[in-house]
Design a binder for this molecule. Structure first.
Ligand code: CA
Length: 232
C-alpha cells in the first residue's frame, strides 16, 4: 500500500489532521482539500487512487460532487468512500446510488477506515501495487502513463492505454461495446461501437509482441473481458 495517493475532501480541520496523520502512518500519500474547488485542482494535478469524501461540505455537497465525479470519464473510475455524520439508511442508499463505493459513519476509528479503504482498493483494483497495475510481467504505470512488459516499454496509444487501464482495473468482468465506450470514452461522446473493436485490435497487437494479447478476450455475442484465465 506504499505511496498510494489518497485525496481527502473534508472541511473540518480536526478531522483532516486526524486523517492525514492516520493515513500517512498507514503508508498512504495523502492530500487534503477543504472544499470542492480545491479538490478539483488537486484531482487533476495528481489523480488519486481513492477519494475520501465528506458528505457535508460548504457550497457543493459531497454527494453532489460524487455525482459529478462519477459522470466524468476522467474521474469516474476513482473509487469514493463517503464520510458522514448521518447514519440514516436512506442517506447510505443515496450515497451508493450516485456511485460511492463505500460509506463510513462518523465517528470512526482510523483502523476501521484503513481496513475499509484497503477492501475498496482490493475490490476495485485487485492488480494495484503502489502506482502500478501489475499482472505477471505486464505493468501499467498510472503516474507516468507507461506500459511495460518484462521491464521493456511497450509502445501504446493514449486510447489503448485508457482501455488497458480500464480492463486491468475491472478484470474478470464482461463489458459490452457500449459499456466500454461509456467507461473509456465517456457517455457524452458519440462514437460507433465498431471503434471499440478497432482499439481492441490495436491493444492486442501491442500486447501480442510479448504474448499477452490473450488477456483481452472476446466474449461472443456480449463484448470483451480482461482475464488472466484462459478463454473458453
Ligand atoms: Ca463537513
Amino acid at each position: 500500500m506504499r505511496e498510494i495517493p489518497i485525496l481527502v475532501v473534508e472541511d473540518e480541520v480536526a478531522i483532516c489532521e486526524m486523517l492525514h496523520l492516520a493515513l500517512s502512518k498507514a503508508g498512504f500519500s495523502v492530500e487534503v482539500a477543504t472544499d470542492v474547488r480545491q479538490a478539483r485542482r488537486l484531482l487533476f494535478n495528481r489523480p488519486p487512487s481513492l477519494i475520501l469524501l465528506d458528505w457535508m461540505l460548504p457550497e457543493i455537497s459531497g454527494i453532489e460532487f460524487a455525482k459529478q465525479l462519477k459522470k466524468d470519464a476522467q474521474t469516474k473510475l476513482i473509487p469514493i468512500i463517503m464520510l458522514t455524520a448521518k447514519g440514516e439508511e436512506t442517506d447510505k442508499i443515496k450515497g451508493l446510488e450516485v456511485g460511492a463505493d463505500d460509506y463510513i459513519t462518523k465517528p470512526f476509528s482510523p483502523r476501521e477506515l484503513v481496513a475499509r479503504m484497503k477492501a475498496v482498493l482490493r475490490r476495485t483494483s485487485p492488480f494495484l501495487e503502489d502506482e502500478h497495475l501489475v499482472v505477471e510481467n505486464l505493468r501499467l504505470d498510472l503516474a507516468k502513463h507507461r506500459v511495460e512488459i518484462a521491464e521493456k516499454e511497450v509502445s501504446i496509444g493514449p486510447t489503448e492505454f485508457r482501455l488497458l487501464q480500464f480492463f486491468m482495473q475491472h478484470p474478470e468482468r464482461v463489458y459490452s461495446r457500449n459499456q466500454v465506450l461509456d467507461q473509456v470514452w465517456g457517455n457524452n461522446v458519440y462514437i460507433e461501437e465498431r471503434t471499440v473493436d478497432v482499439h481492441i485490435r490495436r491493444l492486442r497487437k501491442a500486447l501480442a509482441e510479448h504474448g499477452y494479447d490473450h488477456f483481452v478476450q472476446t466474449v461472443r455475442g456480449v463484448g470483451y473481458r480482461f482475464s488472466t484465465r484462459p478463454s473458453l
